[in-house]
Design a protein around this ligand. Structure first.
Ligand SMILES: [Zn+2]
Length: 324
């Protein structure tokens, strides 16, 4: 059997009582709203008067400008930061403290949000300024000796390591060598092969290259490379040098030519080192005195400026004379 439904009136839900309840609610809203507004304005006034009472304020943006810091605000948390590479200042409206790097400091009043942006008690400026870290000074350069390989200057050839001499420099000569004559090629480039060709074709010399030795400058042959001419290796066949312009120095003077024009440039350091090594060995081997080491123009004064004004003759002779 189906249960019989029974209408029961819940107190206060009759049409009349609902009407009375709504009227009371509306009345309450009408009465309470001005009261709430009044209360809120009182509280606001209290807070603002509290702010005014606690002294001057400074805007966060002003602080950032004065302290040369970058300001930013997290849009959700409203947490604000002022920072640079070495510092971080963190604060938030409503608080009466802030964090400067790793420490928290109390402020003499609260931080507030206003139409001028976030305002901090003015004392915050001095506090932050006194706590900012300055960038560390640059690390002093260590005074350890540098191992950078020194590039010798053109005058520094005395410390330059000389290349090895070619084995055929050492000839058991059947003639007496009494002097060494130093030349430049008066050309920017060249080598024994080129000068041999020139001496054959331009000078018409049957035995070609007139010098006994040629020392390269890194153009056609290696820098400081010593080439031995056939007039040296074939000297015992009665073939003389053809470099000095006089019989005496062609037949008894060893002709050494450095590639380059030393009227305009200097020999390379390696060329000079090679020359020094070669001249010392020849002097020792054939008993030639340093006083018999000549520049070409010394044996042919009217005919040539060879080996040029930039050839360091005095320094070279001093080095040859130095005890070894
Ligand atoms: Zn010469």
């Amino acid at each position: 059997m189906a249960p019989r439904l029974r209408l029961v009136e819940i107190p206060g839900t009759s049409a009349r009582s609902v009407f009375l309840m709504r009227r009371r609610s509306l009345l309450a809203v009408f009465l309470l709203t001005p009261l709430i507004a009044l209360f809120a304005s009182c509280v606001r006034g209290f807070v603002e008067s509290d702010v005014q009472d606690r002294g001057p304020r400074v805007a966060a943006q002003t602080l950032a400008d004065r302290l040369d810091l970058e300001g930013s605000t997290d849009p959700i948390s409203r947490v604000e930061t002022l920072s640079n590479d070495h510092n971080l200042v963190v604060f938030c409206p409503g608080m009466a403290s802030l964090r400067i790097n790793d420490d928290v400091f109390d402020l003499p009043g609260p931080i507030i949000a206003s139409s001028r942006g976030t305002l901090l008690p003015a004392a915050a400026e001095g506090l932050i300024r006194s706590r900012l870290r300055t960038p560390p000074p640059p690390e002093p350069k260590k005074q350890t000796p540098t191992r950078r390989p020194k590039q010798p200057s053109r005058n520094d050839w005395l410390r330059q390591r000389a290349p090895a001499l070619p084995p055929n420099w050492n000839v058991a000569a059947n003639r007496r060598w009494t002097s060494i004559v130093i030349h430049h090629s008066a050309t920017e480039r060249g080598g024994a092969r080129l000068f041999d060709k020139m001496h054959r074709e331009q000078n018409g010399w049957k035995y070609g290259l007139g010098y006994h030795f040629v020392i390269g400058n890194g153009t056609d042959t290696g820098d400081g490379r010593i080439e031995v001419g056939s007039r040296w290796t074939r000297q015992n066949e009665g073939i003389h040098g053809a470099h000095a312009g006089t019989d005496q120095y062609n037949q008894h003077g060893i002709g050494i030519c450095l590639v380059g024009n030393f009227e305009e440039d200097r020999p390379t350091p390696t060329q000079m080192a090679a020359l020094l090594k070669l001249v010392r060995r020849l002097s020792d081997r054939y008993k030639i005195s340093p006083s018999a080491i000549y520049e070409h123009h010394e044996v042919r004064p009217e005919h040539t400026d060879c080996p040029g004004r930039f050839f360091p003759y005095r320094k070279f002779l001093t080095a040859v004379r130095r005890p070894r």
